[in-house]
Design a protein around this ligand. Structure first.
Ligand SMILES: Cc1cc2nc3c(=O)[nH]c(=O)nc-3n(C[C@H](O)[C@H](O)[C@H](O)COP(=O)(O)O)c2cc1C
Length: 207
């Protein structure tokens, strides 16, 4: 590659995401699919936390997307229900790369949520069913007792998925790739589109 050229090719951003994600899976010691999820209240108060990417690609929904699962009654869940917009951030330290993704959210179907919930180990199903995520917990023992009660109630097999445990699909209108370059002359390329069915345009950005 010529040093004067951008290291970030002009291609379909889902394809480029896939290539970088494949490299991250090789390079990252833990959770290459971990991403920061930023949400905001309708008044514009932002909040951010890590979640795991559990589905992605151009085949998702109408215009491709990125899927995560969570408790819809959590803090993030409340913010999402009031303001169906979010931003995702991957930072793969070992690769010195960042990807920022922005767009509207939609809830996945209940079949999709069931299918993913029941693909998880039984102990994870119990852990999430027992958790009033983001609500105050008076004592850790209270949570452990709820876990034990579910284990007793469902001694084997799958646990029913709680209604509030669901997934969200972010359909991107912007995906931005950042790559570390020598002398801090970093590389950025931002892909944007008006909506799901529309064509992507892209531009380099000053780092
Ligand atoms: C690496 C990592 C991955 C996580 N993945 C998830 C996830 O997929 N879903 C989830 O609800 N919480 C996940 N969490 C916990 C969240 O960061 C957060 O603590 C929790 O969802 C409550 O956030 P909230 O109070 O903003 O709703 C993860 C935390 C870490 C550190």
């Amino acid at each position: 590659m010529n040093e004067t050229e951008s290291a970030i090719p002009v291609t379909d951003p889902f394809t480029l995401f896939e290539a970088w994600f494949a490299e991250a899976k090789e390079a990252e010691p833990n959770d290459p699919n971990a991403m920061a999820l930023a949400t905001a209240t309708p008044e514009g108060r932002p909040s951010v936390r890590m979640v795991l990417l559990k589905g992605h690609g151009s085949h998702w929904g109408d215009g491709g997307g990125f899927v995560f699962y969570t408790n819809a009654e959590s803090r993030k869940g409340e913010e999402i229900r009031a303001n169906m917009q979010a931003s995702l951030l991957f930072h793969w330290k070992s690769l010195r790369r960042q990807i920022r993704i922005e767009g509207p959210l939609t809830e996945v179907s209940s079949e999709q949520a069931d299918s993913y919930f029941h693909s998880r180990p039984r102990v994870s199903q119990i852990g999430s069913a027992a958790s009033d995520q983001s609500r105050p917990l008076p004592d850790r023992q209270v949570y452990l007792d709820r876990v034990a009660a579910l284990e007793e109630r469902y001694p084997e097999g799958d646990i029913p998925r709680p209604q509030h445990w669901t997934g969200f699909l972010l359909t991107p209108t912007a995906i931005e790739f950042w790559s570390d370059r020598e002398f801090r002359l970093h590389d950025r390329r931002r892909f944007t589109r008006e909506g799901p069915g529309e064509a992507w345009t892209n531009t380099l950005l000053y780092p």
